[in-house]
Design a protein around this ligand. Structure first.
Ligand SMILES: NC(=O)C1=CN([C@@H]2O[C@H](COP(=O)(O)OP(=O)(O)OC[C@H]3O[C@@H](n4cnc5c(N)ncnc54)[C@H](OP(=O)(O)O)[C@@H]3O)[C@@H](O)[C@H]2O)C=CC1
Ligand SMILES: CC(=O)C(=O)O
Ligand SMILES: [Mg+2]
Length: 761
């Protein structure tokens, strides 16, 4: 993008609509006179009295416990320097926005018009009743050190200067990982730090704590190398003075260095300086918005480099955004009185370790990448990785408890993790539970369309996570080519090319022939059909050579399901299969059927579908509350649809008296308990809204789930094929990798359950 356009876009982003980036949003109802009486006078006097009697109740009745002050005086705003408090406000609002979206922490940004340490400290101290924590930001060295030291000593809530400690934590984790990848040891690396301000000093202290040796360190400020004989330096900088001789300029210092850390200003390093570094160099050019050396220049200068910047538009963003939301989240949740060394070190390790774990597909999607994995271009997690909140905040909270600065304890860490996920809307508890279940006994899943990147990527994920053991069907060369192209880790996975004679193909063909010989299939045709991967895959499942089949990504539903129906067939007593979607909504999971198979079900079809769905929902450990949907409520309209649905409910009530089902009813009555009980108090569904919806025909089911997905933001998991004798699951055309992974998980759980049922017989 050209610079002028980027500039205008950034200005528009901030000025359009309501100027700025944050606002205050009420958290309690404000719709009625009664609500306002509670919110303000006279109701508000009650919590006031309680807090007056017990100050700590301020956490109970106000927003204090979740409110952080982001405070600056604008003296070191990014790398823009001392541009004043007003000019720092966009950055502070930005921090507020990030606190909110990544950790659900509310922020008031406060830009103070003072450079005087005493005045600054007195103002912030006086704010203690309002806030649960204080994030100091973009305050220049050396005053920032004194301000932070005094505030930490004099306040009883966590105070952290993020440019110092947030940056130290993130870059410490990145340095540990980068050294491992480059085969370097922290206690041996020669390190050059450019900058000797707030960030540089604290980062360097962190690196020394992590094992870097002081004698291997060179630190530069505007005046050059920090040496003991310089007379213009304060105690803080002199602590990092180097006794090495013969080094004057930064270029001198960088010769043979293993690591360059830039926390100074933009464009101070050139390609020649990088070329003079030791083999496999590590360069963190962290100045914002312009790094000390541009990413492109650095990677062009050295093929063996690990290059990071503070920017989001290149790989390896080493930026304190990865830390501050989660560090404060953990500190606030245990009401810590400080953010101490133990908490910081815990955060370093949590971030470093998270980088080594398989990257969720959602992160790849968010960054338009295909296979992020620990390595040269991925030394640190991506900011949009939702696992950061559970990993880092929990580690920080634990360390606060263990080091004795927590005022409240957490004992149930699983519940805490769930609470954290809920805060950022990342709670997919049901899928996580299913995934956990699948991992307990992973099954062999055969993929009929393995010559497709999305299938292979999903296969890699389920293999890595221990959910399934993939078997790939397709052209071996093509599959290997995709694996190589995307650097997928599937080398040891079985690949079967059904177009050439392969394992048990003759046997499978004979079986198909025997099953279908009176339905027009000759042995010759059966052998030919076994070259089709859907026939072959279904046969593998039928013969127990695989436990589940996944197909349908590239073919229509009917042609995918037909081979499975011919070879495996439906389970005893089931005339027709059906398709169900699990919709993961903000209010919990909803089950929709039939959304994929039966176009216009009869009354008996509706009964059969409901029986299959009820059993399947129960297998997810959820009590089904079923609504049979129509455009009519309990006989309020006549017509084919109300009549068949009403009749189906009647049959189900009679044949399955324990089934919680009612209808026919409209969707809003099914989903709204009050609406249903006010208007139809006799309904057997009263008490709670329905969680399972049976649609009168395919089009209504299909339209409803797609609308909920697109407009309601629900995630659709499925279609889960119900009624097959053995696990076969058919993907929707063009499913995403995440959707495929979810289907595989369901297929494995399905296979486990079918195996258990067989054992029990
Ligand atoms: N990626 C990230 O997460 C973070 C990045 N940063 C970036 O780090 C930089 C410094 O921030 P911060 O420490 O808060 O600011 P400070 O003002 O406290 O420190 C700036 C330091 O950079 C030095 N410096 C400036 N120009 C040069 C130069 N030409 N040669 C050598 N040294 C130079 C200054 O030297 P002197 O003291 O002699 O003037 C000073 O020591 C900024 O660009 C900021 O954006 C900061 C925090 C986090
Ligand atoms: C990222 C940050 O805090 C800075 O550049 O100042
Ligand atoms: Mg900053």
């Amino acid at each position: 993008m050209n610079t002028n356009k980027r500039k205008q876009d950034a200005l528009n982003y901030h000025s359009k609509g309501r100027p700025g980036k944050i606002q205050v949003v009420p958290t309690k109802p404000t719709n009625s006179q009664r609500d306002l009486t509670m919110a303000y006078s006279p109701g508000v006097a009650e919590p006031c009295r309680e807090i007056a009697a017990n100050t700590d109740d301020v956490y109970k009745y106000t927003a204090k416990g979740n409110l952080v002050a982001v405070i600056s005086n604008g003296t070191a705003v990014l790398g823009l320097g001392d541009i004043g408090p007003e000019a720092s406000k966009p950055v502070m609002e930005g921090k507020g926005l990030l606190f909110k979206i990544y950790a659900d922490i509310d922020v008031f940004d406060l830009e103070l018009n003072t450079k005087n340490v005493d005045e600054f400290v007195n103002i912030v101290k006086a704010l203690e009743p309002t806030f649960g924590g204080v994030n100091l930001e973009d305050i220049s060295a050396p005053t920032c050190f004194e301000i932070e030291r005094r505030l930490k000593a004099e306040m009883n809530i966590p105070v952290m200067h993020d440019d110092q400690h947030g940056t130290a934590i993130i870059s410490g984790a990145a340095l540990m990982n980068a050294c491992e990848i480059q085969g370097k040891k922290l206690d041996e690396i020669k390190l050059v730090v450019n900058g000797a301000g707030a960030a540089a000093v604290s980062c360097t202290k962190m690196y020394l704590q992590l094992g870097v040796k002081k004698e291997n360190l060179l630190m530069f400020d505007i005046g050059g190398l920090i040496t003991p004989d310089r007379t213009d330096l304060d105690e803080i900088r002199l602590e990092f003075a180097s006794h090495r001789t013969g080094i004057v300029t930064l270029a001198d210092g960088m010769k043979d260095a293993d690591v360059f850390i830039g926390l100074s200003a933009g464009n101070l390093v050139n390609a020649d300086m990088l070329k003079s570094m030791a083999p496999n160099p590590i360069v963190f050019a962290m100045a914002n918005p312009e790094p000390e050396v541009a990413y492109d220049i650095a990677v062009a200068a050295r093929e063996d480099i690990i290059m990071a910047t503070g920017r989001s538009d290149y790989p390896n963003q080493v930026n304190n955004v990865l830390g501050f939301p989660y560090i404060f989240r953990g500190a606030l949740d245990v009401r810590a009185t400080a953010i101490n060394e133990e908490m910081k070190i815990a955060a370093v390790h949590a971030i470093a370790e998270l980088t080594r774990k398989p990257v969720p597909e959602a992160v790849n999607l968010a960054y338009n990448t295909t296979n992020l994995r620990f390595g040269r271009d991925y030394i640190i997690p991506k900011p949009m990785d939702q696992r950061l909140i559970t990993e880092v905040s929990a580690a920080v909270a634990k360390a606060a408890i263990d080091s004795g600065v927590a005022r409240i304890q957490i004992t149930d860490w699983d519940a805490y993790a769930e609470q954290l996920r809920l805060r950022i809307g990342a709670d997919d508890k049901l899928m996580r539970n299913l995934s956990g279940k699948a991992k307990q006994a992973p099954k062999r899943v055969v993929f009929a369309e393995a010559d497709n990147y999305k299938i292979l990527r999903a296969a890699q994920i389920v293999k890595e996570e221990g959910i399934a053991i993939p078997i790939l069907l397709g052209n071996t060369e093509k599959i290997r080519q995709i694996i190589d192209e995307h650097k997928l880790d599937l080398d040891d996975v079985k690949i079967i090319n059904t177009l050439v004679p392969c394992e048990r193909q003759e046997e499978y063909a004979q079986f198909l022939y025997e099953k279908r010989q009176r339905r027009g299939i000759t042995l010759y045709e059966a052998k030919k059909m076994m070259r089709d991967r859907n026939y072959y895959g279904a046969s593998m499942v039928q013969f127990g050579d695989a436990d589940a089949l996944i197909s349908g990504l590239t073919k229509n539903y009917v042609s995918t399901i037909k081979p499975a129906l011919q070879i495996i067939g439906t389970e005893p007593g089931v005339a027709k299969v059906a398709g169900m979607y699990m919709m993961i909504t903000k209010k919990g999971p909803l089950f929709f059927a039939d959304t994929t198979v039966n176009v216009n079900p009869t009354t008996q079809d509706l009964v059969d579908i409901t029986v299959l769905v009820e059993r399947s929902v129960k297998q997810f450990n959820i009590s089904p509350r079923i609504a049979m949907l129509s455009y009519s409520n309990f006989g309020s309209n006549e017509g084919e649809v109300p009549e068949k649905t009403r009749e189906a409910v009647k049959i189900l009530h009679k044949q399955y008296p324990d089934m919680v089902i009612d209808g026919e009813m409209q969707a809003n009555f099914a989903m709204n308990r009050d609406l249903l009980s006010d208007n139809f108090p006799f309904s057997t569904l009263n008490g709670k809204p329905a969680n399972t919806l049976i649609f009168p025909n395919l089009e209504s089911g299909n339209i409803a789930y797609k609308l909920l997905q697109e407009v309601g933001g629900a995630e659709a998991v499925g279609p889960i094929l119900l009624g097959m004798k053995k696990p076969v699951h058919v993907l929707q055309l063009g499913s995403s990798v995440r959707e495929i992974v979810n289907m595989i998980t369901i297929a494995v759980v399905d296979a486990q359950q079918k195996a258990q049922a067989q054992e029990a017989q």
